[in-house]
Design a protein around this ligand. Structure first.
Ligand code: PHE
Length: 338
């Protein structure tokens, strides 16, 4: 009989050690101390014993019952103290403000390119892309930029080796498109360009441009003006004024630099426009016949215009950003404003 008691006690001890939750302990309590539990089963044996053993066995069971109750109570204490932090974590306070899920956004440069693409898409322009690692031929020669032009020195262009470089303008895409397609052509070409400029609030060794090219029969300078005017009014707003200043680019003739009335001060004069009321936003002109010759287009038959704008500059003017470096620093406080 004593053996039996020992075994029951051992079994309980093993089970109680394995108990991981209050629920487990509760079940063990029922299993051992419950109405149909192990202790009661042992009690039922008493009448089957010889009369002189009953009293002793009864006492043994009673002290055994006390031991078991202690063991189980200990387990309850231990498990309930362990479970306090768990219980706390599970409490859900509906009055606390929630954590908003972080929703990513388009980078302002990408956003600006998308907006520019959309304006030109409405005017019938396709989007074209070209390589950033480019042949000297596409960056200079085919664009009528002579070998002694200052922009061809390695002060102004990143050379990789001999005639391979990082493109310094997206005008390269004009040539690549015209080599492969016949007029009419109507494209814009967004992408990165690289120049060994010292980095400051207005310069970066890498920035983005959007090039535009339209070639057909009978294209005139007024078409260029019309398209750019439409772009500027749509992108910057109806009240923004545009002006053309004569300029020079080897691949356009005549050439112009285009200014808009300062969108920050509405032309009144501020630090962004150097108190002139105007800011330059792009270069443009009629495609130079020499460029047509290099892609075997007949300059007597076709005319066209091209333009190129800096994306960061456009974004800076639109949003009043005063330092180009902000675009590249991955500062979430800056980026999440757009
Ligand atoms: N490629 C010129 C630049 O980077 C911009 C331009 C493009 C000017 C097309 C005229 C026509 O400055």
């Amino acid at each position: 009989m004593l053996d039996k008691l020992k075994k029951v006690k051992e079994a309980l001890q093993n089970e109680i050690e394995a108990a991981a939750t209050l629920k487990d302990a509760e079940q063990l309590k029922i299993k051992y101390l419950g109405r149909k539990g192990a202790i009661n089963d042992l009690m039922k044996l008493i009448p089957t014993l010889p009369a002189e053993q009953r009293a002793t066995f009864g006492q043994q069971i009673n002290s055994f019952k006390i031991d078991i109750t202690d063991i189980i109570n200990e387990a309850f204490k231990k498990l309930s103290s362990e479970s306090i932090p768990k219980v706390k974590k599970e409490i859900f306070d509906v009055t606390l403000p929630g954590k908003r899920p972080f929703i990513g956004k388009m980078h302002p440069v990408t956003r600006t390119i998308e907006d520019i693409k959309e304006v030109f898409a409405r005017l019938g322009f396709d989007v074209a892309y070209g390589p950033e690692v480019e042949l000297e031929y596409y960056n200079f020669e085919a664009l009528n930029i002579p070998p002694d032009h200052p922009s061809r020195t390695d002060f102004d262009t990143f050379y990789i080796k001999n005639d391979i470089l990082l493109r310094s303008q997206t005008s390269t895409v004009q040539i690549r498109i015209m080599e492969n397609q016949k007029p009419p052509i109507r494209i814009i070409a967004p992408g990165r360009v690289y120049r060994p400029d010292t980095v400051d609030a207005r310069h970066s060794f890498m920035f983005h441009q959007v090039e535009g090219l339209l070639v057909d029969e009978g294209v005139s300078f007024s078409d260029l003006k019309g398209v750019l005017n439409q772009f500027i009014k749509t992108y910057f707003g109806k009240d923004v004024q545009m002006r053309f200043r004569p300029s020079f680019f080897p691949f356009t003739e005549p050439s112009a630099e285009v200014d808009i009335s300062c969108s920050i001060c509405s032309g009144k004069g501020c630090s962004v426009c150097s108190y002139s009321g105007w800011v330059e936003i792009l270069g443009a002109g009629m495609v130079n016949p020499n460029v047509f010759k290099s892609v075997h287009y007949d300059p007597e038959k076709y005319t066209g215009f091209a333009f190129g704008m800096g994306v960061e500059r456009i974004a800076m003017l639109k949003h009043g950003i005063d330092d180009i470096r902000l675009f590249y620093e991955n500062n979430i406080h800056f980026l999440s404003q757009f």
